[in-house]
Design a protein around this ligand. Structure first.
Ligand SMILES: C[S@@+](CC[C@H](N)C(=O)[O-])C[C@H]1O[C@@H](n2cnc3c(N)ncnc32)[C@H](O)[C@@H]1O
Length: 303
């Protein structure tokens, strides 16, 4: 469930691995809990190329409309193409716009939702307020956001035997990095933990909180397609020097989180070493991880 992209998104960053963030039978359950079969108009805010909206689409009634909003025109175009290919019968509208000033009328949708949008925003409350404004009274706002600080600390076969001092050092780097990103206005990676409180403060009622039951395990020989997609994503990040492999971003985040040059260099080298060890261990079919994470679904009703 990692979602490290920090630069403006392009469709090139939306890899196949995103299709495996959810279990289908869990989505069936979620659709029932949210009453998606009674939703006439759904807005997917920060839709990217429509991975989240696409998963919800199959649970909407035949005459429903899906509106996708994203500030990146390339994503809007990508979502439009993707939906035309995968869900040609669904009524859709994809528009460029900012989550903090949505290009939608007051009370015009039944359900406003987002996935891994709010963790990237300096002012998530502004986006939540906008989702409330565009949703009719009695409708729902549903946000899906992780705690990636927690997720960064997950244990794998490689880290399990690390000396305690090294584990503490790595935890300290992760905390400074996450805090640095928050201070730089790049969003709060643990926002998922705070979301129910933010929903309440924004005036939403009947707040419900769940976790995705999906685990992104890697277990030799990594046969299933979701494991292959994860390995492909890691390989792509390494090849492009993007996501968690961007040295400039890493240094800026850590510096803003209070790390000195020595700590930044040590942290960077430790990450490169860890990645090289993980790649070698994967090649030898020895690496394994359960791949669990905190990925919240928070729903609230508009009064
Ligand atoms: C991590 S991606 C998630 C995309 C999609 N929700 C998904 O789950 O695949 C975050 C998306 O939010 C968009 N975004 C970021 N800030 C935004 C803003 N202020 N207003 C609208 N979209 C924004 C980005 O362009 C990107 O497409």
């Amino acid at each position: 469930m990692s979602d490290f992209e920090s630069r403006p998104h392009s469709s090139a960053y939306f890899g196949e691995e995103r299709d495996y963030w959810w279990n289908d039978d869990y989505l069936d359950l979620l659709a029932r809990r949210l009453g998606l079969d009674r939703v006439g108009v759904l807005a997917d805010v920060g839709c990217g190329i429509g991975h989240w909206g696409g998963l919800l689409a199959r649970h909407l009634p035949a005459n429903a409309e899906m509106i996708g909003i994203d500030r990146d025109p390339a994503n809007v175009a990508g979502a439009r193409q993707r939906f035309a290919r995968l869900w040609p019968d669904l009524s859709t509208r994809f528009v460029e716009g900012d989550a903090t000033a949505l290009p939608l009328d007051d009370r015009s949708v039944d359900l406003a939702t987002c996935q891994t949008l709010l963790i990237h925003l300096a002012q998530p409350m502004s986006a939540i307020a906008e989702m409330i404004r565009v949703t009719r009274p009695g409708g729902q706002v549903v946000a899906v956001e992780p705690n990636n600080l927690f997720n960064r600390m997950a244990v794998s076969s490689l880290t399990a035997d690390m000396p305690l001092d090294r584990q503490i050092e790595e935890a300290s780097i992760a905390m400074r990095l996450v805090e640095g990103r928050r201070r730089r206005g790049l969003g709060c990676e643990y926002l998922g933990d705070l979301l129910p409180g933010l929903f309440a403060a924004a005036g939403l009622a009947d707040i419900r909180v769940w976790l995705s039951d999906r685990a992104l395990a890697l277990v030799p020989p990594y046969g299933p397609p979701e494991q292959q997609a994860q390995l492909a994503a890691i390989e792509r990040w390494q090849r492009e020097g993007s996501g968690p492999y961007d040295r400039t971003e890493f240094a800026a985040d850590l510096a803003a989180g209070g790390a000195d040059e020595f700590m930044i260099e040590r942290g960077w080298q430790a990450m490169l070493d860890g990645n090289a060890q993980a790649s070698a261990s994967i090649a030898e079919r020895r690496y394994h991880a359960a791949g669990g994470g905190l990925f919240y679904i928070v729903a609230g009703r508009v009064r």
